[in-house]
Design a protein around this ligand. Sequence first.
Ligand SMILES: Nc1ncnc2c1ncn2[C@@H]1O[C@H](COP(=O)(O)OP(=O)(O)OP(=O)(O)O)[C@@H](O)[C@H]1O
Ligand SMILES: [Mg+2]
Length: 270
Amino acid sequence: MSTVHLVMSGKGGVGKSTLSAGLGIALSASGRHVCILDTDIGLRGQDALLGLQDNVIFDSLDVIHGNCELEDALIPYDEEGRLSLLCAPQFSRVKDFTPRGMARLVRRLRQSFDHVIIDAPAGIEKGLRLSLKSEIDNAIVVVTPDDLCIRDAERVIALMEEREMGRPRLIINRLVPGLIEKGEMYSAETVAQLLECELLGAVPDDPTVYRAQLQHLSFMQFDCEARDAMLRIARRVCGESVEIYPYGKKRSWLARLLRPGTKEVVRIDC
Ligand SMILES: Nc1ncnc2c1ncn2[C@@H]1O[C@H](COP(=O)(O)OP(=O)(O)OP(=O)(O)O)[C@@H](O)[C@H]1O
Ligand SMILES: [Mg+2]
């Protein structure tokens, strides 16, 4: 059975694409076949996040218009071919996509992959236009712990309910445990309570995300707290009962000594 995840937000720049890529890598590390569908038409970013920008020939619109086979447009991320990317077109507009064409595409992806992760564009209307309520099994809203983002998330959640998509689950991104402890930042639980949604995960603000991007790598290739958080989220997505934390716990010197800075993604079972 294939699961289609929609990763969206109210406010832009909250980490949807970063976390979609992280979720894709984490799920594929468990042996699942995963496709990330970038729907940020005109502003795609997944190819760069996954270091695949030089491999793009076709995109999702080419598949919809029959300019190529689906297989020709899928870009493999790893040698095993467990994670693939289907890019958004760079020189098209949202209105070039019909919800029917997108739905058909997602149904085709369902046939080949265990998980399809739709990385939605920023903006409520744009984000929801292609959200295909009937095809979504797991709607995720990414929120950063600030009032502006929470307010925008509130609006997107209300619109999702209006469109009978149900209540999404939340990933709270860019948390700073030190500030939360001092009462200077909302905790993930507080944000979830304010938005009255289930908490799916909590990801810390982690400089490794930025450092990895500078090297055209994913933070999932590094032993870091954001990666730990994504591995937990992937397990929760697969129905495992995994604690949301600890992400902010300092590792002991012994643990740090035994876990070098960079390492291969480990398998997770789900
Ligand atoms: N947990 C994190 N720690 C540190 N930096 C992060 C984290 N998550 C995301 N970022 C950074 O935030 C920026 C925005 O991330 P990203 O592009 O994934 O957001 P987005 O929601 O997809 O944006 P858009 O709405 O434009 O599509 C990037 O520079 C990314 O590296
Ligand atoms: Mg994005």
